[in-house]
Design a protein. Structure first.
Length: 133
């Protein structure tokens, strides 16, 4: 009886291992209107500029700026969100973000020195500027 139980356990173990291997698939399906990596980098660069504009103009509407950027690129917000999620899950967002940073540096070469200064001091807080009265 014990040998019979061991054979059943081996078969069950094999079935569970097989089911585990076959069930390992993608966590996310490829979106129907997936943005290309280059297009995603362009949009992220424009969104970064839009984000910085809210610091310069505090009364500006970030949401309206985001809608404008997506409209300029003829992209629906649902497609952008689905593509963003897809690239994050597939662990490709780091490369896309680096491409977006390169696009920003090409648009404003002066920003290159600013980025280098910030990256040389990781985690270091900058002192607030001294205001004269």
């Amino acid at each position: 009886m014990e040998i019979h139980d061991q054979q059943i356990m081996k078969k069950l173990f094999f079935i569970f291992v097989l089911m585990g291997l076959l069930s390992c698939g993608d966590y996310i399906d490829k979106p129907e209107n997936l943005l290309s990596k280059d297009q995603m980098a362009e949009v992220l660069a424009d969104l970064a500029i839009n984000d910085q504009a809210t610091f310069i103009y505090p009364n500006s509407n970030l949401e309206a700026g985001t809608r404008y950027v997506l409209k300029q690129h003829n992209i629906k917000s649902e497609d952008f969100i689905a593509s963003f999620k897809y690239y994050v899950v597939k662990e490709k967002m780091q490369g896309i973000a680096e491409d977006a940073q390169q696009i920003l540096l090409e648009r404003d070469p002066k920003a290159d020195q600013y980025v280098k200064d910030k990256s040389n001091k990781p985690g270091e807080l900058q002192p607030p500027p001294v205001l004269s009265r």
